[in-house]
Write a protein that binds this ligand. Structure first.
Ligand SMILES: NC(=O)c1ccc[n+]([C@@H]2O[C@H](COP(=O)([O-])OP(=O)(O)OC[C@H]3O[C@@H](n4cnc5c(N)ncnc54)[C@H](O)[C@@H]3O)[C@@H](O)[C@H]2O)c1
Length: 398
């Protein structure tokens, strides 16, 4: 089994895969389509970050590929549906940088409440600006978290530890952690919050979700943060709200149009406004997050190959499976049409194969069946492969 890791994936990933018995080849950079096709011959596992495009053509030209690990959060660079149709599972790391985003949000709330960017700038310019006016503690302040998912809910816990009173609004019914108070609507949250922070997901319906109307409803002199997605907020409206003094400070990490690479030019209507912290989409960018991404995704790839586990993958049905000691495990990715499991079981019965354990999950057009057996004759494997519903068949030795 061979793994190809591109784009400087964290060394921990290479270590985990080597320990699991894979031959690992690494490349510092991304590969273009033709280079990737060539490099993927004889490769079962591919690890990439955001710059490698795994197109339909790449997938069609990589018959040996079993799984792709996106060592990042986003997976738009991969033709996921096409991969599913070819029985190639895709994993990513949805939680590895959660804590990093939370810590940046907390830091920024304090930086804004103490107006530190202004004091820092003045002192760098040689001006001793010792003044308590407009500088506040955050203890006891009302924090309004919009979007109570992985990041929002962890922020809730950490913020409470610092003495903030947490209110949250989520469009889904979420469990309130600690002493957090659920708000029934965004307006309800905007009425109470002195700091509003957005952690909603990137669904299309969230485009322009926070604009002039919402800024007007925020409490006077409150603070605003967006570390979710740039297109969610109308930044021209935020600029107006800041210039009028209605909003006392803002911290923004994400923008509707972000430069493609380090060093590229950047413009925003928020530049040059006092008490505004601008960061280049670094909420999740820490060495700890990179290491955790390496550990998490490499572990998912290993567990898929060694036991067939597909939990938290992004394009195929998920199954969590215990390790198998002895015997064989049949991994059968198939078209999700009625009767496939019955066909598999009859076929095994015909070959006098006793089923010791079985699991099935389906998602959309794809079904994933896993069957544990003591012995598996070659003829049964050939018949499973020949089933018109079979997308991919793999046999693991226990
Ligand atoms: N700045 C960074 O570097 C960075 C790093 C990681 C994630 N993110 C972004 O942070 C955001 C949150 O990430 P997550 O992992 O917590 O996502 P998540 O999917 O776990 O949580 C999002 C939550 O928002 C809620 N939601 C969606 N639309 C809503 C709306 N209009 N009103 C109220 N609630 C709404 C959902 O129900 C969900 O609970 C995402 O947009 C993600 O892309 C940014």
């Amino acid at each position: 089994m061979k793994a190809l890791l591109l784009e400087n994936v964290h060394p921990l990933a290479e270590h985990i895969l080597k320990e699991a018995g894979f031959e690992v080849e690494t490349h510092a950079g991304a590969l273009d389509e033709d280079e990737l096709i060539e490099a993927l011959q004889g490769v079962q596992l591919l690890g990439i970050r955001s710059k490698t495009e795994v197109t339909e053509r790449v997938l069609d030209s990589a018959p040996d590929l079993y799984a792709i690990g996106a060592f990042c959060i986003g997976t738009t660079q991969i033709a996921k549906k096409h991969a599913a149709g070819r029985g190639v599972v895709v994993f990513n790391a949805p939680f590895s940088n959660t804590r990093s985003v939370v810590e940046l949000a907390i830091a920024e709330i304090i930086v804004m409440a103490r107006r530190l960017t202004e004091k820092d700038k003045a002192l760098h310019e040689g001006v001793w600006n010792k003044d308590a006016t407009g500088a506040h503690e955050i203890r006891g302040r009302a924090l309004g978290i919009v979007g109570y998912g992985n990041i929002g809910s962890q922020l809730s816990v950490v913020a409470e530890m610092l003495g903030l009173k947490v209110y949250f609004y989520d469009s889904d019914d979420k469990l309130a952690l600690g002493n957090a108070t659920r708000c029934g609507s965004l307006d309800e949250l905007l009425e109470v919050a002195e700091v509003v922070t957005l952690h909603v997901d990137d669904r299309k319906g969230n485009a322009g979700f926070f604009g002039a109307e919402q800024f007007a409803k925020m409490r006077p002199r409150s603070l605003f943060l967006n570390l979710s997605r740039g297109f969610v907020v109308d930044y021209d409206a935020l600029r107006e709200a800041l210039l009028s003094g209605h909003i006392a400070g803002a911290a923004v990490d994400v923008f509707p149009k972000e430069p493609k690479k380090r060093g590229d030019a950047f413009t925003s209507p928020l530049q040059g406004i006092p008490n505004v912290v601008l960061t280049p989409h670094v909420g999740g960018s820490t060495e700890e997050a990179q290491e955790d991404i390496g550990r998490f995704v490499a572990g998912k790839l290993r567990d898929y190959i060694q036991r067939g586990t597909t939990t938290l993958n992004v394009n195929l049905p998920g199954l969590s499976l215990p390790p198998r000691f002895g015997g064989k495990r049949i991994l059968h990715l198939h078209l999700n049409v009625p009767g496939v499991l019955g066909k598999v079981n009859s076929l095994l019965a015909k070959h006098e194969v006793n089923i010791e354990g079985q699991a099935l999950n389906t998602a959309g057009e794809i079904g994933y069946g896993v069957t544990d057996v003591a012995e598996l004759p070659r003829a049964a494997v050939a018949e499973l492969l020949a089933m018109p519903e079979t997308i991919r068949l793999a046999i693991i030795d226990g």
